[in-house]
Write a protein that binds this ligand. Structure first.
Ligand code: NI
Length: 180
């Protein structure tokens, strides 16, 4: 397995709609395994492939608590097929928006269909943290980051902060972006 680099806002790739996976083969399993290692190392409880620059519909999740046995989930082509009317508000964070946390309201429960690491069709009935995490990661596959659920004012403030940081990073390595 290999640890991959996680991209952060305002990287435009985070706005891409990821492509469905046609076959769950060794290439896909390798990406999933690398994603899981990257996620555990970060550490995070969920990761979408686009966060490591791969625009394919792949997600890894592990919401087990510290001290509990690891419980990794591998999701290929995950799809939210049902959500509850009842909602939940969680303070969310994202490995692509480091050290920024904000409250997001989402359906409290959801049903998600997907293929697993062996290409077998599965359905997850989720509530609590898992329901939030699934919706957050599937959003990434559609080019949506959790700050897109915040008010415009709040979102612009976050984007501005990270854009400034990106400029500082660019300057510090002496790289000049090309025009256009
Ligand atoms: Ni995220």
């Amino acid at each position: 397995m290999a640890k991959l680099d996680i991209i952060t806002i305002p990287d435009p790739r985070l706005k891409l709609v990821s492509e469905p996976v046609a076959h769950v083969d060794d290439r896909i399993r390798k990406i999933l395994d690398d994603m899981l290692e990257t996620m555990y190392d970060a550490p995070g409880i969920g990761l979408a492939a686009i966060q490591v620059g791969v625009a394919e519909r792949l997600v890894t999740i592990d919401v087990s608590r510290e001290g509990e046995p690891k419980a990794p989930l591998f999701l290929v082509n995950p799809e939210v097929v049902w959500t509850s009317e009842e909602t939940n508000t969680y303070e969310e964070g994202c490995l692509s928006v480091p050290e920024h946390y904000d409250e997001v309201e989402r359906p409290a429960r959801c049903r998600v269909t997907h293929l697993d690491r062996d290409g077998v069709e599965r359905t997850i009935e989720a509530e609590g943290l898992l329901a939030t995490c699934l919706q957050h990661e599937i959003d990434h596959l559609n080019g949506v980051v959790f700050i897109d659920h915040l008010s415009r004012l709040k979102r612009e403030r976050v984007v501005k902060k990270f854009s400034k940081l990106a400029k500082v990073r660019v300057r510090s390595v002496g790289w000049r972006p090309s025009m256009g």
